[in-house]
Design a protein around this ligand. Structure first.
Ligand code: BMA
Length: 331
């Protein structure tokens, strides 16, 4: 059995796998957990990140407003399911006013590294790029330099240094809805200067795995396991009705994470429920966070549903690794 390497999280939100379920991921029965009008100004709350915090949970949420502007909001929860989201957006402290200027902010990821929580997000700076900030308490946030030149989206930090460097996955893009996209790995000594970029994996053009033929991007921060880094990612196909977003999983080498060991040709979750099929952007499941209880290997995935509400789904480390190995896509 494959094992997670990391902390215990006894109070991880959890429901047992329904009897007879053969798919690797199953949904929380009370989905969606966050509805679109969760704060007074919101039009939608989705693509959001949660982490364990002080015996409960904290999170950073993408709440698009009724002006359909995009910003980040902090929230807290006792059980990881019922959330209290601050109706005021996160205010960033930043040494350089040039970087602090807000154009738009969306699709946050949060990870604990060493002694604090780091937040990455898609940050508007003359086009989308990757913003980085840290916080100790989810009240005060200190913004650092943008990681990359525009255009880039889906900046996802690893939970520890690898070979002595901070490590980030990202997906170079364009200013629009980006009809392409591969995953890259970048390294930094200080979370400011990023380099030593490596190609990780790209779209798959063959018929064997068409769901990931248009673009792919990293989802939650990778989970360390005895088989390598477990990466949950999104994959997109362009259809006659537009993009359809699904979730897949891959195992990356533990010391050289740009080397892909396994990658499943079958998706792990696809839009199926009404709240995933219908919304402001139909047919989207978009994962931004995964909690893991290392001793049991239980995983709780937070994902945006149709760019409108937030859902929760469950799986285990063993189940995902087995899925990736059994259905490995030879590239
Ligand atoms: C991507 C991002 C995501 C969104 C997805 C589907 O490009 O904007 O935030 O969920 O498109 O609309």
């Amino acid at each position: 059995m494959s094992k997670a390497i990391g902390k215990e999280l006894k109070n991880i939100p959890w429901q047992e796998c329904p009897e007879g379920e053969t798919k690797p991921v199953w949904r929380y029965s009370e989905n969606p957990i966050i509805e679109r009008y969760a704060i007074p100004t919101s039009n939608s709350v989705f693509n959001s990140a949660a982490v364990p915090f002080e015996g409960g949970f904290a999170g950073v949420f993408r709440c698009d407003s009724m002006a359909v502007s995009m910003d980040l909001f902090a929230g807290f929860s006792k059980d990881g399911i019922h959330w209290d989201i601050n109706p005021e957006p996160v205010k960033f402290e930043c040494e350089d006013g040039e970087i602090a200027k807000r154009e738009y902010r969306y699709d946050p990821r949060v990870v604990f590294i060493e002694d604090r929580y780091y937040l990455t997000w898609c940050n508007g700076y003359h086009g989308p790029t990757i913003g980085i900030a840290y916080t100790y308490d989810f009240k005060k946030f200190v913004q650092l330099e943008n990681a990359f030149l525009p255009y880039n989206r889906n900046g996802v930090l690893f939970p520890r240094k690898i070979n002595g460097k901070y490590a980030m996955l990202s997906r170079p893009s364009d200013t629009g809805h980006t009809p392409f996209g591969d995953i890259f790995y970048s390294q930094s000594p200080d979370l400011e200067y990023w380099g030593h970029h490596r190609y990780v994996m790209g779209t798959y053009k063959g018929d064997e795995s068409a769901w990931q033929s248009t673009k792919i991007g990293p989802g939650p921060c990778p989970i360390e396991t005895d088989e390598g880094w477990l990466l949950i990612y999104h994959g997109v196909i362009n259809t006659c009705n537009g993009f359809v977003y699904r979730m897949g999983c891959a195992i990356l080498d533990i010391d050289e994470p740009w080397k892909v060991k396994y990658r499943s040709k079958f998706y792990i979750l696809s839009p199926r429920e009404t709240y995933e099929l219908c919304g402001d952007v139909p047919n989207v499941v978009f994962p931004c966070a995964a909690l893991c209880d290392a001793p049991t290997g239980r995983i709780a995935i937070y994902y945006g549903c149709a760019d409108t509400v937030t859902g929760l789904a469950f799986t285990t480390v063993d189940r995902l690794i087995d899925w990736a190995k059994t259905n490995n896509l030879e590239v």
